[in-house]
Design a protein around this ligand. Structure first.
Ligand code: PLP
Length: 402
């Protein structure tokens, strides 16, 4: 018998499974709203012009393919922290942010999880919002942390369960770790308001919780990278030490290039150096050093004022196209098709995703009858909608609900 005859088949990934079903469907009307990648107005993957120009510059400089240091491209780790924390933040100004390049946002979370498992001096429990991005639980569990949940989403209002959130954070044991989506919460598209963030910051302080931010969508929520960094910057200015996972997958469209960063704010440059030395020891046996090309692209954009300006405009353009799709979907559902129910959340939700409130049987019916694919929790990627398919989508949803 084979050595692996006892290995059971694992379940398919719930999100990638949607893409497979979509690919197998031959109907020309088919729509894939499962995957979290931006699509342009023609439904096509979009390579940003700023990225193409950065690649042209790189090619012209004829770079080598040597290994990066363990913590990645030094210029990128600096520009990434500047983008997130802002030039005026105290830890940035005092050079006290321990940072490493990471294999996109997932890798940043994984390095963070491993570092907490090894060095966090208190309870190794991390609280995730319910629901959260599906990969958070396995990432932190595999890192050796104990995963727990705090209430986040209220199915009845299709909005934030702020009372539940506050109660659960207040009841969490002191010094637990709490994962916060910095902006554009995935999968719900529901973010706290600035005033609610302040209250969350107060509770985190009072309970001595450790805030771990996942910022996979900086710029994607509002169209402004500064505005989307509000929660991170508020916590830092309120005196919290934070952990931060950053990704350039969405805001630069660098998905497969795997460019990101993980950082921890430290008390001073000496502590920062000690923390970075241990980050290296965590990373070296995992993958030795990070990939080069995406890091060079991201750094070229962040460090060249011309490219930076163009990139900012493109991020804004992506966010605005999504916002316009929200408006249009809301109007079609409520006015054109008189769809039963309240659909205001489609407009108020933020970022790439919308939690439609469609039930699992409705999503199944949409796939079978209308060739429209989404995750069973009713989450749709707004970026998959465009001028050509949105009428058909609204009509089909309306039919599924009636
Ligand atoms: N965090 C959240 C909330 C996400 O939605 C994603 C991607 O969908 C990620 C992290 C990580 O993405 P990546 O590893 O492609 O940067």
């Amino acid at each position: 018998a084979s050595t692996w005859s006892n290995v059971p088949a694992g379940p398919p990934d719930p999100i990638l499974g949607v893409t497979e079903a979509f690919k197998a469907d031959k109907d020309p009307r088919k729509i894939n709203l499962g995957v979290g990648a931006y699509r342009d107005g023609d439904g096509k993957p979009y390579v940003l012009n700023s990225v193409k120009k950065a690649e042209d510059l790189l090619r012209a400089s004829n770079p080598d393919k040597e290994y990066l240091p363990i913590t990645g491209l030094p210029e990128l780790t600096k520009s990434a922290t500047q983008l997130a924390y802002g030039v005026d933040s105290v830890p940035f100004k005092t050079k006290s942010i321990a940072t490493t390049q990471s294999i996109s946002g997932t890798g940043a979370l994984r390095i963070g999880g491993a570092f907490f498992a090894r060095f966090y001096p208190h309870s190794k429990a991390i609280y995730l919002p319910v629901p959260s991005w599906g990969n958070h639980t396995p990432i932190f569990r595999d890192s050796g942390l104990e995963v727990r949940g705090y209430r986040y989403f209220d199915k009845k209002t299709v909005g934030l369960d702020f009372e539940g959130l506050k109660e659960d954070l207040k009841n969490a044991p002191e010094q637990s770790i709490v994962l916060l989506h910095a902006c554009a919460h995935n999968p719900t598209g529901v973010d706290p308001t600035p005033a609610q963030w302040k209250e969350i910051s107060d509770i985190v302080k009072e309970r001595k919780l450790f805030p771990f931010f996942d910022m996979a969508y900086q710029g994607f929520a509002s169209g402004s990278t500064d505005r989307d960094a509000l929660a991170v910057r508020l916590f830092v200015s309120e005196g919290h030490q934070i952990a931060l996972a950053q990704s350039f997958a969405k805001n630069m469209g660098l998905y497969g290039e795997r460019a990101g960063a993980f950082s921890l704010t430290a008390a001073d440059p000496d502590e920062k150096a000690r923390v970075e030395s241990q980050l290296k020891i965590v990373i070296r046996p995992m993958y030795s050093n990070p990939p080069l090309h995406g890091a060079r692209i991201a750094n070229a954009i962040l460090s060249n004022p011309g490219l930076y300006g163009e990139w900012e405009a493109e991020v804004k353009g992506m966010a605005e196209r999504i916002i316009s799709m929200r408006e249009r979907l809301y109007n079609e559902l409520t006015h054109t098709h008189k769809t039963p129910g309240e659909w205001g959340h489609i407009k108020s939700q933020i970022g790439m995703f919308s939690f439609t409130g469609l039930t699992s049987p409705q999503t199944k019916a949409l796939a079978e009858r209308a060739h429209i694919y989404m995750t069973a929790d009713g989450r749709i990627s707004m970026a998959g909608l465009n001028g050509k398919n949105i009428d058909y989508f609204a009509e089909s949803v309306s039919g599924a609900v009636k």
